[in-house]
Design a protein around this ligand. Structure first.
Ligand SMILES: [Zn+2]
Length: 411
């Protein structure tokens, strides 16, 4: 059913839009991103799909068959210096599966749509396309949105000739959303599994901690009289490592990604310090527990050091998103057929568009291995065999699910 050469050719063609060495630089709404979107529009149309680019930049290839439709895709924008498969893989999987289903007389009556979301990688607003489609963007978030180099989202949309009005999930009846993606981590390679069927996408919380003490002379101020904001911050980091280590689940990760002292000189006791702490887990209760621990530890350290500590969230908390059990099971059955005994169920440690689609319809995800576990880097790669195994698995699951939804209504 799947044409592996055609699939790999399209994937390599998408790579040429913004190709830089072995990587790709295709940030949302850039000229190359929009050129890639117009190319995808053409490929959807060539496949007999009803192709359109909505007002926020999402590209759809809709089956002319009535719904409930199964929607398959991912994002076609990249990180500032991205790999060639992150997002692109799932987009071309959606194209090939929708196309193959359409041209096979046995499945041509199924409603399978393809999509390429915009700005998953947060050049302007994280997961802008999929969240807009789902009605999950706060208009206030869009008002001040700008790229890291200072271009406003409004200018970017105008420059790309886009109205800003997205298509909506409620415009058509959907049976579910499927997304194929490279794993972007080392778990599949380490276990020797060839496919990963996602159970849940991890949630994340990021906190900013500010420490306010007393700036003073590093030679003349006795240790017992100091209110050293830098030292309090370091104590905090150490205490977090110990305590999170005791509470941790299988998949918990935490990162102090930034730390700063003021004024930042070797002969001055820091009067102020600031750090960011981010933690991720597929279990929402555990995330809540971690946040409580952060507050408790901060209170203890503030008491012990006479340094004031304030905590505030950095951006929205991202709640974990469970994948739909029936979609998971259909992907699992297809994975078992394609790679008997060599697939696994696993959570996703990275955010994906499917996380937001899961709010509006049943959602499922399939992972293929990342060589060396590397992603968000020019070195990102996956073998052709693994890429093709993924698209075959997705096609088998999509046929099964679309047939079921036609028969009984998969809601
Ligand atoms: Zn991605």
């Amino acid at each position: 059913m799947i044409d592996a050469e055609r699939f790999l050719d399209d994937l390599r063609t998408l790579r040429t839009f913004g190709a830089t060495g072995t990587g790709v630089v295709r940030p949302s709404f850039s000229d190359v991103d929009m050129a890639a979107r117009r190319w995808l529009h053409g490929r959807y149309a060539d496949a007999g799909l009803d192709a359109s680019i909505d007002g926020i930049g999402n590209v759809f290839g809709r089956s002319p068959n009535p719904g409930p439709a199964l929607l398959i895709g991912s994002h076609s924008d990249t990180q500032p210096t991205g790999g060639w498969l992150d997002g692109a893989y799932g987009v071309i999987v959606g194209l090939e599966v929708a196309r193959a289903i359409r041209e096979n007389p046995d499945t041509a009556d199924l409603a399978v749509d393809a999509v390429a979301w915009v700005d998953e990688e947060s050049t302007y607003v994280s997961c802008l396309g999929s969240r807009s489609f789902c009605g999950l963007v706060d208009p206030v978030e869009l008002e001040g949105a700008a790229s890291p180099d200072g271009h406003s989202l409004a200018d970017a949309l105008a420059g790309a000739d886009l109205s800003g009005e997205p298509d909506r999930w409620s415009d058509r009846e959907y049976a579910g959303f499927l997304e194929a993606h490279i794993e972007q981590g080392p778990a599949l390679e380490a276990s020797g599994d060839l496919l990963g069927v996602v159970t849940a996408i991890v949630g994340a919380r990021t906190l900013i901690l500010r420490f306010a003490g007393q700036q003073n002379h590093a030679g003349t101020t006795p240790m017992r009289l100091r209110r050293d904001a830098g030292r309090a911050a370091i104590h905090f980091g150490h205490a977090i490592d110990q305590r999170f280590g005791e509470l941790t689940g299988d998949r918990t990760v935490w990162t102090i990604g930034d730390i700063r002292f003021e004024p930042g000189a070797s002969s001055i006791i820091p009067g102020r310090a600031e750090l960011t702490l981010q933690f991720r887990d597929p279990d929402g209760d555990l995330l809540e527990r971690f946040e409580q621990e952060v507050r408790r530890i901060a209170t203890d350290i503030a008491d012990a050091t006479a340094v004031d500590i304030t905590i505030e969230p950095d951006g929205r908390a991202i709640e974990p998103a469970a994948m739909d059990q029936r979609l998971h099971d259909a992907l699992a059955a297809a994975a078992e057929a394609e790679a008997p005994g060599h697939w696994t169920s696993m959570p996703s440690a990275a955010v994906h568009d499917a996380m937001f689609l899961a709010d509006r319809m049943p959602a499922g995800m399939l992972f293929v291995p990342s060589i060396g576990g590397i992603s968000h880097d020019f070195a990102e790669d996956t073998t052709d065999d693994d890429l093709v195994r993924g698209v075959r698995t997705m096609a088998a699951a999509a046929v099964e699910l679309a047939q079921r939804s036609m028969g009984s209504g998969l809601t």
